[in-house]
Design a protein around this ligand. Structure first.
Ligand SMILES: C[S@@+](CC[C@H](N)C(=O)[O-])C[C@H]1O[C@@H](n2cnc3c(N)ncnc32)[C@H](O)[C@@H]1O
Length: 286
Protein backbone atom coordinates (compact mmCIF):
# COMPACT_ATOMS: atom_id res chain seq x y z
CA UNK A 1 0.00 0.00 0.00
CA UNK A 2 1.38 3.44 -0.91
CA UNK A 3 1.49 5.98 1.82
CA UNK A 4 1.54 9.76 2.02
CA UNK A 5 2.36 12.23 4.76
CA UNK A 6 3.08 15.95 5.14
CA UNK A 7 6.28 17.82 5.93
CA UNK A 8 4.53 19.58 8.81
CA UNK A 9 4.05 16.29 10.68
CA UNK A 10 7.68 15.33 10.04
CA UNK A 11 8.86 18.59 11.56
CA UNK A 12 6.67 18.17 14.64
CA UNK A 13 7.98 14.62 15.01
CA UNK A 14 11.61 15.79 14.89
CA UNK A 15 10.91 18.49 17.50
CA UNK A 16 9.36 15.81 19.74
CA UNK A 17 12.27 13.45 19.19
CA UNK A 18 14.72 16.24 20.11
CA UNK A 19 12.83 16.78 23.38
CA UNK A 20 12.69 13.06 24.12
CA UNK A 21 16.37 12.47 23.45
CA UNK A 22 17.46 15.45 25.57
CA UNK A 23 14.94 15.05 28.40
CA UNK A 24 17.78 14.51 30.87
CA UNK A 25 20.26 17.16 29.74
CA UNK A 26 18.29 19.98 28.07
CA UNK A 27 18.53 23.51 29.47
CA UNK A 28 15.62 25.98 29.68
CA UNK A 29 16.65 27.76 26.49
CA UNK A 30 16.57 24.50 24.49
CA UNK A 31 13.15 23.56 25.92
CA UNK A 32 11.72 27.02 25.20
CA UNK A 33 13.00 26.96 21.62
CA UNK A 34 11.46 23.52 20.96
CA UNK A 35 8.11 24.48 22.49
CA UNK A 36 7.99 27.74 20.53
CA UNK A 37 8.66 25.90 17.27
CA UNK A 38 6.10 23.19 18.09
CA UNK A 39 3.44 25.85 18.78
CA UNK A 40 4.23 27.66 15.53
CA UNK A 41 4.13 24.50 13.40
CA UNK A 42 1.09 23.02 15.19
CA UNK A 43 -1.11 26.05 14.52
CA UNK A 44 0.41 26.48 11.06
CA UNK A 45 1.47 30.09 11.77
CA UNK A 46 4.98 29.57 10.37
CA UNK A 47 4.49 30.43 6.78
CA UNK A 48 8.10 30.23 5.64
CA UNK A 49 8.70 26.57 6.56
CA UNK A 50 9.65 25.07 3.18
CA UNK A 51 7.04 22.73 1.70
CA UNK A 52 5.05 22.60 4.94
CA UNK A 53 1.74 21.64 3.37
CA UNK A 54 3.16 19.55 0.57
CA UNK A 55 2.23 15.88 0.56
CA UNK A 56 5.18 13.48 0.41
CA UNK A 57 4.15 10.55 -1.77
CA UNK A 58 5.46 7.03 -1.90
CA UNK A 59 6.71 5.75 -5.26
CA UNK A 60 7.85 2.30 -6.37
CA UNK A 61 11.57 1.78 -7.03
CA UNK A 62 11.15 1.96 -10.83
CA UNK A 63 9.26 5.27 -10.90
CA UNK A 64 11.10 6.75 -7.95
CA UNK A 65 14.64 6.19 -9.21
CA UNK A 66 13.73 7.12 -12.80
CA UNK A 67 13.00 10.60 -11.48
CA UNK A 68 15.58 10.75 -8.64
CA UNK A 69 18.40 9.73 -11.05
CA UNK A 70 18.71 13.29 -12.40
CA UNK A 71 19.45 14.78 -8.96
CA UNK A 72 20.81 11.78 -7.06
CA UNK A 73 24.46 12.86 -7.23
CA UNK A 74 23.90 16.57 -6.86
CA UNK A 75 23.34 16.95 -3.10
CA UNK A 76 25.62 16.01 -0.21
CA UNK A 77 24.26 13.21 1.98
CA UNK A 78 25.11 12.39 5.59
CA UNK A 79 24.43 8.70 4.84
CA UNK A 80 27.08 8.64 2.12
CA UNK A 81 29.55 10.79 4.06
CA UNK A 82 29.59 8.41 7.03
CA UNK A 83 29.46 5.25 4.93
CA UNK A 84 32.14 5.85 2.30
CA UNK A 85 35.34 6.00 4.38
CA UNK A 86 34.51 2.68 6.07
CA UNK A 87 33.26 0.88 2.98
CA UNK A 88 36.16 2.08 0.84
CA UNK A 89 38.55 1.01 3.59
CA UNK A 90 37.08 -2.50 3.25
CA UNK A 91 37.51 -2.38 -0.55
CA UNK A 92 41.17 -1.49 -0.06
CA UNK A 93 41.72 -4.79 1.73
CA UNK A 94 41.88 -8.18 0.08
CA UNK A 95 43.08 -9.27 -3.35
CA UNK A 96 41.66 -7.45 -6.39
CA UNK A 97 39.59 -9.58 -8.82
CA UNK A 98 36.10 -9.59 -10.30
CA UNK A 99 33.49 -7.60 -8.41
CA UNK A 100 29.73 -7.12 -8.54
CA UNK A 101 28.19 -3.80 -7.53
CA UNK A 102 24.59 -4.90 -6.88
CA UNK A 103 21.99 -2.11 -7.04
CA UNK A 104 24.81 0.10 -8.28
CA UNK A 105 22.64 3.18 -8.81
CA UNK A 106 24.63 5.98 -10.43
CA UNK A 107 27.84 3.95 -10.04
CA UNK A 108 29.35 5.37 -6.86
CA UNK A 109 30.81 2.06 -5.70
CA UNK A 110 31.35 0.81 -9.26
CA UNK A 111 33.74 3.72 -9.83
CA UNK A 112 35.47 3.05 -6.50
CA UNK A 113 35.92 -0.61 -7.46
CA UNK A 114 37.28 0.07 -10.96
CA UNK A 115 39.64 2.72 -9.52
CA UNK A 116 41.06 -0.03 -7.29
CA UNK A 117 41.61 -2.34 -10.25
CA UNK A 118 38.55 -4.61 -9.98
CA UNK A 119 36.91 -5.87 -13.16
CA UNK A 120 33.43 -4.70 -12.18
CA UNK A 121 29.87 -5.55 -13.16
CA UNK A 122 27.19 -3.09 -12.02
CA UNK A 123 23.57 -4.25 -11.80
CA UNK A 124 20.51 -2.12 -11.12
CA UNK A 125 16.75 -2.26 -11.75
CA UNK A 126 16.71 1.35 -13.03
CA UNK A 127 17.84 2.08 -16.62
CA UNK A 128 17.95 5.78 -15.71
CA UNK A 129 20.36 5.23 -12.79
CA UNK A 130 22.44 2.90 -15.00
CA UNK A 131 22.78 5.63 -17.65
CA UNK A 132 24.55 7.82 -15.05
CA UNK A 133 26.65 4.89 -13.86
CA UNK A 134 27.90 4.20 -17.41
CA UNK A 135 29.22 7.76 -17.58
CA UNK A 136 30.77 7.63 -14.11
CA UNK A 137 32.50 4.26 -14.53
CA UNK A 138 33.15 3.80 -18.26
CA UNK A 139 35.50 0.88 -17.62
CA UNK A 140 32.80 -1.26 -15.99
CA UNK A 141 30.15 -3.55 -17.48
CA UNK A 142 26.51 -2.86 -16.62
CA UNK A 143 23.43 -5.08 -16.65
CA UNK A 144 19.82 -4.28 -15.87
CA UNK A 145 18.53 -6.65 -13.23
CA UNK A 146 17.08 -7.17 -9.80
CA UNK A 147 18.68 -7.89 -6.46
CA UNK A 148 16.25 -10.78 -5.99
CA UNK A 149 17.44 -12.48 -9.22
CA UNK A 150 20.91 -11.24 -10.12
CA UNK A 151 21.87 -11.71 -13.79
CA UNK A 152 25.15 -13.47 -12.92
CA UNK A 153 26.23 -17.12 -12.74
CA UNK A 154 26.86 -18.96 -9.46
CA UNK A 155 30.33 -18.47 -7.92
CA UNK A 156 31.31 -15.98 -10.65
CA UNK A 157 32.74 -13.04 -8.65
CA UNK A 158 35.37 -12.60 -5.94
CA UNK A 159 33.57 -9.76 -4.22
CA UNK A 160 29.93 -8.63 -4.11
CA UNK A 161 29.15 -5.12 -2.86
CA UNK A 162 25.64 -3.87 -2.21
CA UNK A 163 25.33 -0.37 -0.80
CA UNK A 164 22.28 1.44 0.55
CA UNK A 165 19.79 -0.70 -1.34
CA UNK A 166 18.72 -3.80 0.64
CA UNK A 167 16.46 -1.52 2.71
CA UNK A 168 14.19 -1.36 -0.34
CA UNK A 169 13.50 -5.11 -0.09
CA UNK A 170 10.82 -6.30 2.33
CA UNK A 171 12.64 -9.66 2.50
CA UNK A 172 16.34 -9.38 3.29
CA UNK A 173 17.00 -13.09 2.59
CA UNK A 174 16.04 -12.64 -1.07
CA UNK A 175 18.88 -10.15 -1.61
CA UNK A 176 21.55 -11.64 0.64
CA UNK A 177 20.92 -15.16 -0.75
CA UNK A 178 21.60 -13.83 -4.25
CA UNK A 179 24.79 -11.98 -3.23
CA UNK A 180 26.06 -15.21 -1.65
CA UNK A 181 25.11 -17.31 -4.68
CA UNK A 182 27.20 -15.28 -7.15
CA UNK A 183 30.31 -15.02 -4.91
CA UNK A 184 32.87 -17.81 -5.13
CA UNK A 185 33.65 -19.89 -2.03
CA UNK A 186 36.10 -17.87 0.07
CA UNK A 187 34.98 -14.61 -1.59
CA UNK A 188 33.67 -11.55 0.20
CA UNK A 189 30.28 -9.86 0.51
CA UNK A 190 30.21 -6.22 1.67
CA UNK A 191 26.84 -4.69 2.45
CA UNK A 192 25.95 -1.20 3.61
CA UNK A 193 22.38 -0.34 4.45
CA UNK A 194 20.29 2.18 6.30
CA UNK A 195 20.58 1.45 10.01
CA UNK A 196 17.42 0.03 11.62
CA UNK A 197 17.55 2.85 14.22
CA UNK A 198 17.13 5.52 11.59
CA UNK A 199 14.53 3.59 9.58
CA UNK A 200 12.51 3.10 12.79
CA UNK A 201 12.60 6.88 13.28
CA UNK A 202 10.78 7.47 9.99
CA UNK A 203 14.07 7.31 8.05
CA UNK A 204 12.67 7.72 4.55
CA UNK A 205 14.89 9.65 2.12
CA UNK A 206 12.90 12.41 0.44
CA UNK A 207 13.63 13.79 -2.99
CA UNK A 208 12.01 16.27 -5.35
CA UNK A 209 10.16 14.45 -8.11
CA UNK A 210 10.20 15.72 -11.74
CA UNK A 211 6.72 17.09 -11.11
CA UNK A 212 8.00 19.25 -8.24
CA UNK A 213 6.27 17.18 -5.54
CA UNK A 214 8.19 15.49 -2.75
CA UNK A 215 8.52 11.73 -2.89
CA UNK A 216 10.23 8.72 -1.34
CA UNK A 217 10.90 5.05 -2.14
CA UNK A 218 10.07 2.98 0.94
CA UNK A 219 12.92 1.93 3.22
CA UNK A 220 12.14 -1.26 5.14
CA UNK A 221 13.61 -1.78 8.59
CA UNK A 222 15.94 -4.77 8.90
CA UNK A 223 17.07 -5.55 12.43
CA UNK A 224 20.54 -6.94 13.06
CA UNK A 225 19.01 -10.32 14.00
CA UNK A 226 17.47 -10.51 10.51
CA UNK A 227 20.83 -9.74 8.86
CA UNK A 228 22.58 -12.40 10.96
CA UNK A 229 19.92 -15.01 10.10
CA UNK A 230 20.07 -14.11 6.40
CA UNK A 231 23.91 -14.25 6.31
CA UNK A 232 23.94 -17.58 8.11
CA UNK A 233 21.23 -19.11 5.86
CA UNK A 234 23.25 -18.01 2.81
CA UNK A 235 26.50 -19.61 4.03
CA UNK A 236 28.14 -16.26 4.87
CA UNK A 237 30.23 -15.69 8.00
CA UNK A 238 30.25 -12.12 9.32
CA UNK A 239 33.77 -10.76 9.83
CA UNK A 240 33.01 -7.10 10.66
CA UNK A 241 30.10 -4.82 11.49
CA UNK A 242 30.34 -1.00 11.59
CA UNK A 243 27.69 1.51 12.68
CA UNK A 244 28.78 5.09 11.88
CA UNK A 245 26.66 7.78 13.50
CA UNK A 246 25.11 11.04 12.30
CA UNK A 247 27.82 13.60 11.43
CA UNK A 248 25.77 16.80 11.71
CA UNK A 249 25.04 17.15 7.97
CA UNK A 250 21.39 18.04 7.27
CA UNK A 251 19.64 17.62 3.94
CA UNK A 252 20.38 20.94 2.19
CA UNK A 253 17.64 23.36 1.32
CA UNK A 254 14.76 21.57 3.00
CA UNK A 255 12.78 21.48 6.21
CA UNK A 256 15.66 19.99 8.25
CA UNK A 257 17.82 23.05 7.78
CA UNK A 258 14.86 25.20 8.82
CA UNK A 259 14.77 23.41 12.20
CA UNK A 260 18.53 22.78 12.35
CA UNK A 261 18.91 22.87 16.15
CA UNK A 262 16.04 20.43 16.67
CA UNK A 263 17.19 18.15 13.85
CA UNK A 264 20.79 17.99 15.10
CA UNK A 265 19.57 17.34 18.66
CA UNK A 266 17.20 14.61 17.42
CA UNK A 267 19.77 12.78 15.26
CA UNK A 268 22.85 13.26 17.50
CA UNK A 269 24.58 9.92 18.11
CA UNK A 270 22.07 7.95 16.00
CA UNK A 271 23.71 5.36 13.73
CA UNK A 272 22.76 6.17 10.14
CA UNK A 273 24.23 3.20 8.35
CA UNK A 274 25.25 -0.38 9.10
CA UNK A 275 28.15 -1.89 7.16
CA UNK A 276 28.70 -5.65 7.14
CA UNK A 277 31.73 -7.51 5.79
CA UNK A 278 31.21 -11.25 5.36
CA UNK A 279 32.99 -14.20 3.80
CA UNK A 280 31.44 -17.13 1.92
CA UNK A 281 32.52 -20.00 4.12
CA UNK A 282 29.72 -22.49 3.69
CA UNK A 283 26.92 -23.76 1.53
CA UNK A 284 23.60 -21.90 1.42
CA UNK A 285 20.83 -23.46 3.53
CA UNK A 286 18.40 -22.96 0.62
C1 LIG B 1 19.89 4.58 -2.62
S1 LIG B 1 20.32 3.96 -4.19
C2 LIG B 1 21.98 3.37 -3.89
C3 LIG B 1 22.80 3.32 -5.14
C4 LIG B 1 24.26 2.94 -4.94
N1 LIG B 1 24.41 1.57 -4.49
C5 LIG B 1 24.92 3.88 -3.97
O1 LIG B 1 25.16 3.48 -2.83
O2 LIG B 1 25.18 5.02 -4.35
C6 LIG B 1 19.40 2.46 -4.28
C7 LIG B 1 19.50 1.76 -5.63
O3 LIG B 1 18.87 0.49 -5.50
C8 LIG B 1 18.19 0.20 -6.71
N2 LIG B 1 17.19 -0.83 -6.41
C9 LIG B 1 16.14 -0.72 -5.57
N3 LIG B 1 15.47 -1.88 -5.52
C10 LIG B 1 16.13 -2.73 -6.35
C11 LIG B 1 15.93 -4.10 -6.72
N4 LIG B 1 14.94 -4.81 -6.21
N5 LIG B 1 16.81 -4.66 -7.59
C12 LIG B 1 17.83 -3.93 -8.12
N6 LIG B 1 18.07 -2.64 -7.81
C13 LIG B 1 17.22 -2.06 -6.92
C14 LIG B 1 17.63 1.52 -7.15
O4 LIG B 1 17.32 1.53 -8.53
C15 LIG B 1 18.78 2.47 -6.76
O5 LIG B 1 19.65 2.65 -7.84
Amino acid sequence: MCSEFRVRELVLGIEGLALLRHAMDADEEFLAARLAEIRAFADDSTTDLPDRRKPVSELGAADGYASWSTRYDSLPSAFIEVEEPILHGLLDRGPVGTALDAACGTGRQTAALTARGYRTIGVDQSPEMLAHARRKAPGAEFREGRLEKLPLADNSVDLAVCSLALTHLPDLCAGIGELARVVRPGGRVIVSDLHPFVVSLQGQCLFVHDTGRLAFVRNHRHLHGSYLSAFSAAGLTVRECHEPVFNGRLAPGGYEEYIADAARAAWEGIPLVVIWAAEKTGASAA
